[in-house]
Design a protein around this ligand. Sequence first.
Ligand SMILES: [Zn+2]
Length: 202
Amino acid sequence: MAKLYYRYGPMGSGKSAQLLIVAHNYRDIGRRPFIIKPATDTRSTAVDSRVEFLSKEADLVAGSDLDLFAAVASAHGKGGPIACVLVDEAQFITPQQVNDLFLVAVRLDIPVIGYGLRTDYQAELFPGSARWLALAQLEELKMVCRCNRKATLTGRRGPDGQFIKSDPSESDQVVIGGSESYEALCPTHYLEWVGDGRFVRS
Ligand SMILES: [Zn+2]
């Protein structure tokens, strides 16, 4: 039986690059990958890795209302069977869409691999990533902080280049930035640079 997988890691852990390599490997053996990306990411309709020269158009740019089970089932019936569904920026699909993809794995017997963040820059789960964590087999993609310790969190820089401080009143999670605005941090440097605003009791 096919499974749902969530390969999560902080910014810069090569999530999109790995997605593109997996897609390439399927095509190489004559099988059909199906790449989905959420419409939330309006930069482009392509999956763009920060690894140079890696980019590929998504097969489906999905709005948040789209039934992904129906969309994949339809594509599976046309243009040859789908061997694997790959989801870029997977934290941005809705919890219902993660449910849709769970059904794709179980009922259509097509493996689904989501590549995404676990937490936002406020160290909180995205609604989508919470659902992935609940339903999927988890695989962590590793990344190091600039101090060389393991990075588990992501900090975000504002236009002034400074880290945006951890703020318990902040809830705007959907900010898409280029590579310049995010940095993977170890817990020590997260608390030092982003701050402990969401951790300490007020
Ligand atoms: Zn560090």
